[in-house]
Write a protein that binds this ligand. Sequence first.
Ligand SMILES: C[S@@+](CC[C@H](N)C(=O)[O-])C[C@H]1O[C@@H](n2cnc3c(N)ncnc32)[C@H](O)[C@@H]1O
Length: 266
Amino acid sequence: MSQPDYVFTSAEDQLELTRLQAIEREFDPASRRRIFATGLTAGWRCLEVGPGAGSLMRWMGERVGPSGRVVALDLSTKFLTTQCPAHVEIQQGDIRTVSLPQDSFDLVHARYVLIHLPDYEIALSRMLAVLKPGGWIVLEEPDFSASRGIAGTAAQLAAMQHINQAIHRMYESRGMDYALGLKLLPLLQERGLCDLSMENDAPVSVGGSGLAKMMAMSARQLREKYLATGVVSDADLQRYGECAEDPQSRAVYYATVAVAGRKPVE
Ligand SMILES: C[S@@+](CC[C@H](N)C(=O)[O-])C[C@H]1O[C@@H](n2cnc3c(N)ncnc32)[C@H](O)[C@@H]1O
């Protein structure tokens, strides 16, 4: 799959940066906790796949220090312009085709990346190949099948349902799995990973919260793609935006499924 297939490729840069930074504000605390639980420490070599706006890549760089290394690999590095220390290396490339040394990383992490790949199994194979025996992989992906409106006007709840259907259809039409998060644990079990753990985080978001606003930003950027599914109207998109701002509304926008596991030492 080429870069144009990534659904946010054509998003306007400033809006996309704002959206990526909203994701970081919302989800970095849990991601840092999960990554830290692997034992991340000075001297580790880490691969951050799809760093987006780069907050976790920079944090990992601080944790591993100059005796360690962080490689941050993204299809597009346009949001990674902040000066980084020499041991944090930004690479433009595709995880499915990039050439990285086998068995060379203590930690591989990706958040909200595999869901965008119809051939996510190839990406996963590459991630596991570059992991050292005994090294950790931490994956965090959405499960949009968990989405549901809980409180709001009848029109807002109907709009929420229609947008959720559109998200399903958009991913499906591109050969992608909108509930990929649920597959992570079985995928790592099949591949013989050990010390596996899993979390399923499905927060109820109030209108006006960071996650509700981030989802409204996504809907604005993916407007044409959602409309093309034929299951939403402009009025739905309008109400979805209102719902995201309405302090009376409550919704589960999606679940984040996180798994961590170690590559066995043969
Ligand atoms: C939704 S953003 C998530 C960004 C970041 N991981 C976060 O959670 O804040 C997905 C990121 O993955 C990158 N990406 C998508 N497909 C990729 C691929 N095949 N190889 C490397 N990066 C990829 C995109 O360019 C984008 O930066």
